[in-house]
Write a protein that binds this ligand. Structure first.
Ligand code: COA
Ligand code: AMP
Length: 625
């Protein structure tokens, strides 16, 4: 491990030197002299005196050399559209839309919510905010109105940018009614909305509030990049926490650009001019980092795919896109590979495409199970690299650094910690675990550049949620172990966050929806193992006395779909007599999860009434209701 090991050691022992060197890849309007401000722990700031514009780094600086190179390839099997934007075209479209936002009064430090499907205008909107020094907050298009409203109330945008509709394989998803209803629910009212009309389902605009994207943009004057402090926020991205209230993860400008550029070369082995495809969604962190920012910061070509791994039209869709656009590195969630494997178990469709440019398949978003790893490695014949990270970190905490020194793969492991991440496994008393011992995966502070400096408007929650469990450490919320070779094995969340088809959701927010039903006295939602999606939520409700269970399951399922969104994939809820609890009243979700997944798990000695758990066990195991 010498190449990797040397790099890693410098990053931990002398972080300022390591990241000052990495920072040379960024074009600064004021070069940082000070690399790490550690004067106010547990708050750390990277490049505190640096100044830059992230959009200029992602677009303008490439135009002289790569103006005619493809910056973004939009490939949309659901609409039958393909379109390539060169760096010059993407820069011009972004400058023009930035001018449109400026006309609506958006300036440095203002927040703009972007609620859009996977279309180039979503990328343009994000980059336009960055150009103005404004802060974007993208809300995943699969979230329903009340989730959008919660984010609007927390983020307090001056403007919302949206589209008339999104296209799912089986239906057109009307965004505008969801936006309207979210703005009805939300206490905060933005000054204006900008709506992109899509021909598949145009919508009505509300006079005085809504602006047509094209009309507004056509009449705008292009805006130049506005320099901002490296520590100024670039975006806020909400992610599920253990409560129903999502956390607004803040990303700064300078550390983000430095870390993403480092990752492209050293983890993804990608160079300017290469084609890189993250088959995710701009609403998730993978989309932010590896559809939008990292490939463009580097001068690579990014692919924006509006489609699915299967059904658009078949399980060969990914291979078609990879072959057609000469993709070098493909990044997906394992769930997508499992879906493909189920439809095309022999990988017969792979053979129909020329995948000679494909060099790597990167996997993240959930644990890469060894079966899926072996299938992909065998069928594709390229390195399949699991890497582990979170919305909070913005880039990989652990990976196999392909551009430094490819390390031997151990299926089931995300390989080794990346520079700057001093990963430690801690027991509940704070003691460091021995190799092979499982515990809470933590990272010793300071976290490297690019990771969250705080939560939006809530330093207190940042500290209480992440930094309080173990003083001096960031708590990842995942459990796992490090083996004697230094390989990290991430085994799953230790809290109530679940991962459904690569989508991170909080069981708490689903419980909040169930609890609103007039017939429900109490409820619990747990994530149970699923062959394709990794995990799916299951609900258990106890009725209020005298309440009827008639049609209750249907109503609860519909309520979750309407309030959170179809992505929650909430399809199963059982009415039970009681929920197992500790004597202090805490529902034993972990024990329920283990029983549902068929694992042996000791029953806590603090259980209030073991008979309740005994009665629930057959239901959890799917043997009764
Ligand atoms: N807007 C609106 N609705 C959306 C949506 C979006 N952006 N994304 C998903 N949905 C809806 C789907 O239409 C579906 O609705 P339905 O119940 O009416 O059919 C529901 O949410 C569940 O969708 P999905 O999670 O896509 O599941 P699926 O069963 O349709 O497909 C997979 C399964 C594995 C193919 C799919 O989940 C997938 O591609 N996952 C990869 C996810 C990913 O890349 N995550 C990013 C982390 S790196
Ligand atoms: P998100 O913030 O949506 O990216 O989800 C982050 C969470 O997904 C992590 O905390 C893990 O629980 C899980 N996760 C992401 N990547 C991996 C991986 N490679 N292995 C195991 N779990 C992962």
């Amino acid at each position: 491990m010498s190449g990797y090991r040397d790099l890693f050691d410098v990053s931990i022992n002398d972080p300022a030197t390591f990241w000052a060197d990495a920072a040379k890849a960024v074009t600064w309007t004021r070069e940082p002299q000070h690399i790490l401000d550690d004067s106010n722990p547990p708050f750390y700031r990277w490049f505190p005196d640096g100044e830059l514009n992230t959009c200029a780094n992602a677009l303008d600086r490439h135009v002289p050399e790569r103006g005619d190179q493809a910056a973004l390839i939009y490939d949309s099997p659901v609409t039958g559209t393909k379109r390539t934007y060169t760096y010059r075209e993407l820069r011009d479209a972004t400058a023009q839309f930035a001018g449109a936002l400026r006309q609506l009064g958006v300036g440095k430090g203002d927040l703009v919510v972007v609620y859009m499907p996977m279309i180039p205008e979503a990328v343009i909107a994000m980059l336009a905010c960055a150009r103005l020094g404004a802060v974007h907050s993208v809300v995943f298009g699969g979230f329903a109105a009340s989730e959008l409203a919660t984010r609007i109330d927390d983020a307090k945008p001056v403007v919302v940018v949206s589209a008339s509709c999104g296209i799912e394989p089986t239906r057109v998803v009307e965004y505008k009614p969801m936006l309207d209803s979210a703005l009805d629910i939300a206490e905060h009212k933005p000054r204006a909305c900008v709506i992109l009309q899509r021909e598949q389902r145009p919508c009505q605009l509300l006079a005085g509030r809504d602006h047509d994207w094209r009309e507004l943009t056509d009449s705008a004057t292009p805006a130049d990049p506005v320099p901002v402090a490296a520590t100024d926020p670039l975006y806020v991205l909400y992610t599920s926490g253990t409560t129903g209230k999502p956390k607004g993860i803040v990303r700064d400008n300078g550390g983000h650009a430095v870390a993403l550029l480092w990752s492209m070369r050293h983890i993804y082995d990608t160079a300017p001019g290469d084609v890189y495809w993250a088959a995710s969604d701009v609403g998730w962190v993978v989309g932010h980092s590896y559809i939008v920012y990292a490939p463009l910061l580097l001068g690579a070509t990014t692919v924006l795919y509006e489609g699915k791994p299967i059904g658009t039209p078949d399980a060969g869709a990914f291979w078609r896109v990879a072959a057609e656009h000469k993709v070098k590195a493909l990044f997906t969630a394992p769930t997508a590979i499992r879906a493909i494997k189920k439809e095309d178990p022999d990988g017969a469709l792979i053979g129909g495409y020329d995948l000679s440019s494909l060099k790597y398949l990167f996997q993240a978003g959930e644990r890469l199970d060894p079966d899926t790893y072996h299938w992909a490695a065998d069928k594709l014949g390229v390195p399949v690299i699991d890497h582990w990270w979170q919305t909070e970190t913005g880039w990989a905490i652990a990976a196999d650094p392909m551009g430094v020194q490819p390390l031997p793969v151990k299926p089931g492991s995300a390989t080794v910690p990346m520079p700057g991440y001093d990963v430690q496994i801690l027991h509940s008393d704070g003691a460091v675990a021995e190799p092979g011992e499982e515990g809470a995966i933590c990272v010793k502070l300071p976290l490297p550049p690019g990771t969250l400096p705080t939560l939006w408007g809530d330093d207190h929650r940042y500290v209480s949620a992440y930094l309080s469990a173990f003083t001096g450490y960031y708590l990842t919320g995942d459990g796992g172990y490090i083996d004697s070779d230094g390989y990290l094995f991430v085994m799953g969340r230790t809290d109530d966050v679940i991962n459904v088809a690569g989508h991170r959701l909080s069981t708490g927010s689903i419980e909040a929806v169930l609890a609103q039903h007039p017939a429900v006295a109490e409820c619990a939602v747990i994530g149970v193992a699923d062959e394709i999606k990794g995990q799916v939520p299951r609900g258990f409700v106890v009725l209020k006395s005298g309440a009827s269970a008639d049609r209750l399951a249907e109503e609860l399922i519909a309520a979750v779909r309407d309030n959170i969104g179809a992505v929650a994939f909430f399809k199963k809820v059982d009415v039970v007599a009681a929920l197992p609890k500790t004597r202090s009243g805490k529902i034993l979700r972990k024990t329920m999860r283990a029983i549902a997944d068929g694992r042996e798990e000791p029953v806590p000695s603090t259980i209030e009434d073991p008979a309740v758990l005994d009665a629930l066990t057959p239901v959890l195991r799917g043997q009764g209701a």
